[in-house]
Design a protein around this ligand. Structure first.
Ligand SMILES: Cc1ncc(COP(=O)(O)O)c(C=O)c1O
Length: 407
């Protein structure tokens, strides 16, 4: 019988800040209100999936690629992923260490099924992409948040990392992995080689698996080059997450991948476990993987797409960054990649008690939909997606300025 106590308490962890205000937004729109949406990091409504990828998807469909397939992923796609990682970062990943997933989201799930548990934990650099903490907690793990240094462009704070490791030890929690997101959602930060080397050193000293979410690796502004953890970690066990969603503008394909790098028992055990986990969900979308082969292999078409996409994303990001810093009560670090900004806001100025109340007020009164910073592990901030056109960004900034005027 479905009684009151049927649900397991773990379901309480299933919270996703980015989608929390959907009912409010729906109510506004039903009443005819127009919302300046700066809340969801989906490039497709603004830029569309490149045609060469859509054509490849159609060919796969019409060519009958609609059956079940291999659990870890289709061989041609796994080979294309390996070729790309070698071409871009000089790193070799054998096929048995490459897993295609239903978006990077499923890889995050696999990671936590493998490593989280009671008495186990992970260090996450904060601010972070929101699904990491609930997924760790659902599998009984404990998060330790290491706040990045905002004034230094959100660089890692190694002294704080050490404090987190000490806190876990004092609480009898065994740390299993350390997570970084580079370029970062939600801050737009890009970490240089030195920062990555410091993280690698810390992971080595504390026997941690390094997890690097590199889903924005080709959305980088300026001269500074993106450095993959696969160029720095060497033989130290590491996991890289990536996917078609952002760099190839194909969020709805639901295709991501997980690369297991480094040497040792941890890597072979993870490889075996992820292989078995993959069988439980049968396989990722087959036509989308064949479109993925073209997406990754057709370098010329991809370069052409990025040559228009990245400068436009940059232009919108810079415009939003300038506008935000003109608002009294707002200060914002410049983004060096991805498509987000994470301004600090003086919420007291608006008469709200915290950032969560502020973003609700912003949506209800000003019809601007941003997300509270506390959903990303740092209160007193909010996250803005800088993908919309400049008129929407302007409307969002005007609304923020009005909301921050004391009443
Ligand atoms: C850092 C980061 N990782 C993972 C994801 C999820 O990606 P996917 O669409 O591949 O599941 C996102 C989506 O916004 C993200 O920002």
């Amino acid at each position: 019988m479905f009684s009151k106590n049927t649900l397991h308490e773990r379901t309480a962890h299933a919270q996703y800040a980015i989608r929390e205000l959907f009912p409010v937004a729906e109510r506004i729109e039903k009443a005819g209100g127009k919302i300046a949406k700066v809340n969801i990091g989906d490039p497709v409504p603004y830029f569309g999936t490149p045609k060469y990828i859509l054509d490849a998807y159609s060919r796969a469909l019409m060519g009958g690629k609609t059956s079940y397939g291999r659990s870890p992923g289709e061989v041609p796609f796994i080979e294309a992923i390996a070729r790309r990682q070698k071409r871009k970062y000089g790193a070799e990943f054998p096929a048995e260490n490459i897993f295609v997933t239903q978006g990077a989201s499923e890889a995050i799930e696999f990671l936590n099924i493998c490593l989280s548990g009671k008495g186990r934990g992970a260090v996450l650099f904060a601010p972070f992409y929101p699904t990491y903490v609930p997924k760790l907690r659902i599998y009984d793990g404990t998060p330790y948040l290491s706040q990045c240094n905002e004034e230094k462009g959100w660089a890692p704070d190694i002294a704080d990392l050490k404090r987190q490791a000490a806190a876990a030890k004092a609480e009898g929690v065994e740390l299993k992995y350390i997570l970084l997101i580079n370029p970062c959602n939600p801050t737009g930060a890009l970490w240089n080689r030195k920062s990555l080397e410091e993280v690698v050193e810390f992971a080595k000293e504390n026997d941690l698996l390094i997890v690097s979410d590199e889903i924005y690796d080709e959305i980088v502004f300026g001269e500074e080059k993106f450095v993959s953890i696969s160029q720095v970690a060497g033989e130290l066990p590491h996991v890289i997450l990536n996917g078609l969603s952002k760099v190839w503008c194909a969020t709805g394909f639901r295709i991501g991948w997980m690369l297991l790098g480094g040497k040792g028992k941890a890597v072979t055990e993870m490889s075996d476990a992820v292989m078995r986990l993959g069988t439980l969900r049968l396989c990722p979308s087959i036509p989308a993987q064949y479109a993925g082969v073209e997406a990754l292999d057709n370098e010329k078409a991809h370069r052409e797409f990025l040559a228009s996409f990245v400068p436009e994303v940059r232009k919108r990001s810079e415009h939003c960054w300038k506008r935000l810093n003109e608002i009294p009560g707002v200060s914002c670090q410049r983004a060096r990649g991805a498509f987000y900004l994470f301004p600090k806001i003086d919420v007291e100025k608006s008469g709200c008690k915290n950032d969560t109340e502020f973003v609700r007020k912003l949506l209800e009164r000003e019809k601007v939909w941003a997300v509270q910073g506390s959903g990303f592990g740092l209160g007193g901030h909010m996250r803005l997606v800088t993908l919309p056109t400049l008129d929407v960004i302007d409307a969002a900034c005007d609304g923020i300025a009005r909301a921050l005027k004391a009443e």
